[in-house]
Design a protein around this ligand. Structure first.
Ligand code: NAI
Length: 273
């Protein structure tokens, strides 16, 4: 049920690859809430995915950009302001990739060129995006910038590999840049730490099926879905959350504060025959 929370607002949405993507659901939900936006993804992802369908559905333009290229980001921001007819109110950074994960390299046997590529795509791209927006003075006052993270930034999940480090880096960038964006431009910057979600990036993590079932059983409210993440993001883009900034916000059905649940205990309790 739309509430028109984003009526008249303009934005940029990174990372919609296919209809499972969190960014895809977010774009649909932002559209339903009255927001206008441009969609962007890496040129190679555009060929693989189905972003054109999303653009059509939401009446949006697509501007390709490799989020590790400052030049591409400059072009993106200039065009977005031009197409949307004014400064940007909201940005979703929904980008993550580890080459070590893709190639199956264990955390104790990394290829550091891959490590570097991974943090550039997954974390530094967020800094680059914000720096371009900041320098071009492209964000409207009381705008909102969000990136998506995962709790492996705080706690060990062995198979999350170097993405854990990338997420820690990402969350730190949100705080550090958020300070300057808040002081200088009245813009808020936060990360949402989302439950495991069955998407292309999610399923790339080794043992994902076990992992998502475990999280489901541990979380008092169950895992948060991609659609629920989209709904939460809309609230953070809206004017109702203007003073929320520099936060890493858990959107995980309570997983992060649960020590153990009854369902998980059941697997370890020896029942009398
Ligand atoms: P997804 O695979 O649908 O989205 C990842 C996106 O990153 C893709 O659209 C891909 O094209 C884009 N991307 C990769 N390299 C890029 C580059 N150089 N430039 C621009 N875009 C690039 O998967 P999902 O799950 O929707 O991922 C979105 C975000 O949510 C990521 O940051 C991910 O780490 C995060 N997240 C995902 C969770 C999950 O279990 N799926 C849990 C918590 C966070």
């Amino acid at each position: 049920m739309p509430y028109n929370l984003l009526k008249g607002k303009r934005g940029i949405i990174f990372g919609a690859l296919d209809e499972n993507s969190i960014a895809w659901k977010t774009a649909e939900t932002v559209h339903a809430e009255g927001g206008k936006f441009v969609l962007t993804n890496a040129p190679i992802a555009m060929r693989m995915g189905s972003i054109n369908n999303l653009a059509e559905k939401t009446g949006s333009k697509i501007i390709p950009a490799d989020a590790t290229s400052v030049e591409d980001l400059e072009n993106l921001v200039e065009k977005a302001v031009e197409i949307l007819g004014g400064k940007i109110d909201f940005v979703l950074h929904s980008i993550g990739m580890s080459v070590n994960v893709r190639k199956g390299n264990h955390y104790t046997d990394m290829n550091y060129d891959f490590t570097t590529k991974g943090w550039d795509v997954s974390a530094v791209s967020f800094h680059k995006t914000m720096q371009v927006l900041y320098k071009k003075d492209a964000m409207a006052e009381w705008g909102s910038i969000i990136a998506l993270s995962y709790m492996a930034a705080q706690r060990v999940f062995p198979d999350y590999n170097d993405m854990a480090d990338n997420k820690a880096y990402l969350e730190s960038i949100a705080r550090s840049f958020g300070y300057f964006f808040g002081k200088d431009k009245k813009v808020r910057v936060n990360t949402i730490s989302q439950s495991p979600t069955p998407t292309t990036a999610g399923q790339g993590v080794k043992g994902f099926d076990g992992f998502i079932s475990f999280a489901e059983k541990m979380s008092p409210l169950g895992n948060a879905t991609a659609q629920e993440c989209a709904n939460y993001t809309v609230t953070l883009f809206s004017d109702l959350t203007r003073k929320v900034t520099l936060q890493n916000l858990y959107h995980d059905g309570g997983f992060s504060n649960t020590g153990v649940s009854q369902e998980v205990m059941e697997a370890f309790i020896k029942h009398e025959e």
